[in-house]
Design a protein. Sequence first.
Length: 330
Amino acid sequence: MSDLFYSFVTCILVSFLITPVIFKLLKKLKVNQNILEYVDNHKSKSGTLSMGGLIFIIGALGAIFFLYEQRLLAILCIVIMFCYGILGFLDDFLKVKHKHNEGLKPYQKIIGQVGIATIIAFFVYKFSYLGGEINIPFSNVTIDIGWGIIPFVILFYLAVTNSVNLTDGLDGLAGYVSLVVIFSLGVMNIVKYNNLVESGVIELAKEYNSMAVICFGVCGALLVFLLFNTNPASIFMGDTGSLALGGFIASVTAFMQEYLILVLIGIMFVVSAVSDILQVFYYKATEKRIFLMAPFHHHLERKGWSEPKIVSLYVFITIIMSAATIIFNL
């Protein structure tokens, strides 16, 4: 278990060391956030540094030194986080270059997300420990959907990455919710590791132990970022960070074959996505709105809730749902 602690502490130290460098670089390049006109209550945030996701993306590399025999799945989780981070970086870079809040075209971003997810989906289907199996929460039941896992994984990655991206709308919101979710996934990996060791499935157990190491490392790096992202934020994670977090969370969950559990521990990501989808479709059909503004956290803002209060609510619900899911799924 010491490797989990060392990974956590090392990533904190690495993130602390690189943070001043990243701040200096972003200020020199004038990487500032432009606020959308219709989010008028966020006008004061215009000019805040963006691309802060680089802090925890680079900081998470410290966890690699503590992997149990450099296991494949854990390494892939980091690689995939970097791939989605690069996609988000391109989006953020174009926003800065053209000095407006539009980076990549929506279809360009989707093509990039689908491209990465397709490669992962084929890997999942072909990898000996994974294949087309999906675990059913709160039971010992596993269903095998065969090649159907390929489109399923692609849709899963699209849903997760965009849900995390949509949740990134208030200071600390996506970061703190992701912190709880990733910590919970780390705990679940430890439980899986112990169960597999008892069953004598040592090779697969090593994979889960290594993913736990990576999860705790990312938590450490993310904590450092949140020191500067908590309201009032001095830096935003940008799409660089939100897509990277979404890619990481989706990867750990997919490699655990616990796709459905993410609906529970990531319930606030679901709320962000569903509220946004409902708003769009309802408005197109009726030209009326369900929420004062979507996603739902902006609706609460319009109702007079402060940002810290909304973040606290989201984190509280995520903690409760995660704790309950872990306890009842043991």
